[in-house]
Design a protein around this ligand. Structure first.
Ligand SMILES: CC(C)(COP(=O)(O)OP(=O)(O)OC[C@H]1O[C@@H](n2cnc3c(N)ncnc32)[C@H](O)[C@@H]1OP(=O)(O)O)[C@@H](O)C(=O)NCCC(=O)NCCS
Length: 186
């Protein structure tokens, strides 16, 4: 069973989504550990610290296994057009996780040189459109740190609203608390 197309096109010709491949996990490692990207990601993402090739491999294996076996996770990699030429490069990831019934959480990150191109918003809309058809979800939740203005901006643009609930997330030995935002799909 595999209802995950290799590519999901988006309305933005400079962005498409690609299904993750274990063989490409070195690319993911290089994206996350590139010094400027890593400094940007570590401001809000504890998992980006000391990120090894083993982490990139393990994360990708997990998500590919989930997508192969009908698990609760779906991920696509953002492929963005270079600003100078027509080539595409890995620009970030968007992940739906903890899918249960009609709800799922979403998470995303975008490399520092590709920020403010609308990528996080467009990629979220596209993966959610796919999940809506495939999983039948009608609510998407976002767990966002209180000081993360950029992610709050994405959430607002998607039509999500902050709730009074908080979620504890654990990642690579660290636990952190974030406010839950709720995006009701109409
Ligand atoms: C959060 C993040 C994914 C945003 O990615 P992006 O592709 O730049 O987001 P978009 O271009 O879709 O921005 C959508 C809106 O969010 C807001 N926004 C985005 N970045 C912002 C920033 N640095 N400061 C203030 N508002 C910001 C804006 O309102 C923007 O709309 P506009 O450009 O039309 O004004 C990116 O900054 C990132 O990877 N941060 C580190 C990882 C992270 O925080 N992930 C989310 C964890 S909850």
């Amino acid at each position: 069973m595999n209802d995950y197309p290799r590519v999901l096109e988006t309305p933005d010709p400079t962005l498409y989504l690609q299904r993750p491949r274990v063989l490409s996990s070195l690319l993911l490692h290089d994206h996350i550990t590139e010094p400027a990207n890593n400094a940007h990601l570590r401001q809000t993402e504890p998992w980006a610290e000391d990120y090894t090739w083993g982490d990139a491999y393990g994360d990708t294996v997990n998500v590919c296994r989930s997508m192969k076996t009908g698990g609760d996770m779906m991920q696509y990699w953002l492929m963005g057009a270079d600003r100078q030429d027509a080539s595409f490069h890995l620009a970030g990831r968007v992940t739906l996780y903890e899918h249960k019934g009609t709800e799922a959480y979403i998470g995303y990150h975008v490399g520092v040189t590709d920020c403010r191109r609308g990528f996080a918003t467009t990629a979220s809309q596209r993966i959610v459109e796919h999940a809506r058809g495939m999983w039948g979800i009608n609510t998407v939740l976002l767990a966002i740190a209180e000081g993360n203005v950029a992610s709050q901006g994405v959430a607002r643009k998607l039509g999500a609203l902050p709730t009074e609930c908080f979620k504890n997330s654990a990642s690579r030995g660290q636990v952190y608390t974030r406010r839950v935002w709720r995006w009701e799909l109409d």
